[in-house]
Design a protein around this ligand. Structure first.
Ligand SMILES: CC(=O)SCCNC(=O)CCNC(=O)[C@H](O)C(C)(C)COP(=O)(O)OP(=O)(O)OC[C@H]1O[C@@H](n2cnc3c(N)ncnc32)[C@H](O)[C@@H]1OP(=O)(O)O
Ligand SMILES: O=C([O-])CC(=O)C(=O)O
Length: 376
């Protein structure tokens, strides 16, 4: 049998200057800046600018970007009507996927064919501004509440927390979510970004690309793992039960959510940032058991399988500690990753080639006869 890279493992599919995932070293940089330095010195909006423009903004440029994003938060009435009418028990990721697709219907900048990059960039910024509002609006409506009036005096992280709770968030909560946004913004040729690039490389449009990406992020082997982590911790219930639970999973050859990575062969460099925050927040809440259970799971998996925690493992406890409902965890990942998806779509369009790999055909050799239907 011809050898091939199942799941495209190890295959280089394109060039990118945006993020560098160094799997053996456990390093992640955006445009050469380490995520550690970005978390220490920047806000999420600076990272959005970095991904779009290839360099960090000066103060006036940051101010202009913030103004632009804050001024682009209002949703078309048709999308608000859909969010209100959507089944209350729908998955927020499904609602987001449809909501983003619907936004295209109200945007006359959308065009297929040879792209107008300036317009595609405008749509990208618009999605960075609107994706959080789509999620928050659905979350409010499903509880029978109104969406609080959109505000222009709050950062991206603060505004999302304000919309879902109706209250101006604390500085700690805002800073926590801002750091999570920075850490989730971009990550090389991950599955959802790949979907976005494949879609736009047919010269389809930005909304189609981000819709594809949302559908891809949702799966539990990708962004959906953060919700799986909390479900797992709830099921385990107590630190004394961790060993038995993990051993059972390993015996049955089942996956532990939030553990393992296709590229990182050592600890995911985003995980320690999120763990530090999770330790602090769950301690403040007087609920250290979540982090105790997480740490023990990570320890067993390291020892038994040589596998480490990924970004989804501790982000789950961070969001839980902020009081965010579990089914908004993956949508929050989508909010942050919209910056990376849209920047990568722009990068794709600047030097695009259709993605079209091959299949190793393993079906019947044929020609297989086609008898009339009554004779089969
Ligand atoms: C943001 C993100 O997308 S980060 C990833 C989020 N996903 C998760 O956390 C889901 C759990 N993790 C996984 O399923 C995997 O580690 C993946 C999908 C992330 C990457 O996996 P792949 O590179 O495809 O490795 P693959 O699934 O082939 O696993 C290789 C081996 O490690 C084992 N393994 C990998 N991850 C896990 C896990 N989480 N729990 C138990 N075993 C695991 C596999 O069973 C397999 O073992 P075997 O060789 O004995 O059969
Ligand atoms: O890179 C990947 O395969 C998955 C991941 O960690 C991410 O998208 O952040």
């Amino acid at each position: 049998m011809t050898d091939y890279a199942k799941g495209l493992e190890g295959v280089i599919a394109n060039e990118s200057a945006l993020s560098n995932v160094e799997g053996a070293e456990g390093r992640l940089t955006y445009l050469g800046h380490s995520i550690d330095d970005l978390v220490a010195n920047c806000c999420y909006e600076e990272v959005v600018f970095l991904l779009y423009k290839g360099r960090l903004p000066k103060q006036a440029e940051l101010d202009a970007l913030e103004k632009r994003l804050r001024g682009d938060r209002a949703l078309p009435q048709g999308v608000l009507d859909f969010l209100k009418a959507a089944p209350k028990d729908a998955s927020p990721m499904d609602v987001l996927r449809t909501g983003v697709s619907m936004l295209a219907l109200y945007d006359n900048r959308v065009a297929i064919g040879e792209p107008d990059l300036a317009k595609v960039e405008e749509i990208g910024y618009s999605l960075v501004a609107k994706v959080p509002v789509v999620i928050a609006a659905f979350h409010r409506y499903r509880q029978g509440l109104e969406l609080p009036p959109v505000r222009e005096d709050l950062s991206e992280a603060a505004h999302f927390l304000y919309l879902i709770t109706g209250e101006t968030p604390s500085e700690t909560a805002t800073k926590t979510l801002d750091v999570a946004y920075i850490l989730h913004a971009d990550h090389g040729m991950n599955a959802s970004t790949f979907s976005a690039r494949v879609t736009v490389a047919t010269l389809s449009d930005m909304y189609s690309a981000v819709t594809s990406a949302i559908g891809t992020l949702k799966g539990p082997l990708h962004g959906g793992a953060n919700e799986g982590v909390i479900h797992m911790l709830e099921k385990i219930g107590d630190p004394s039960k961790v060993d038995e639970f993990v051993e059972g999973k390993l015996e049955r050859k089942e996956k532990i959510m939030g553990i393992g990575h296709r590229v990182y062969k050592v600890l995911d460099p985003r995980a320690p940032h999120l763990r530090d925050i999770a330790v602090k927040l769950s301690g403040e809440l007087g609920e250290p058991k979540w982090i105790q259970m997480s740490d023990r799971i990570a320890e067993i998996m390291r020892e038994r399988k040589g596998l480490n925690a990924n970004v989804d493992f501790y982000s789950a406890t961070v969001y839980y500690s902020l009081g965010i409902p579990t089914d908004l965890f993956t949508p929050i990942f989508a909010i942050a990753r919209t910056s990376g998806w849209t920047a990568q779509v722009l990068e794709q369009l600047r030097d695009s080639r259709l993605y079209r790999p091959l299949t190793l055909y393993i079906g019947p050799k044929g020609p297989v006869p086609v008898p009339p239907i009554g004779e089969r």
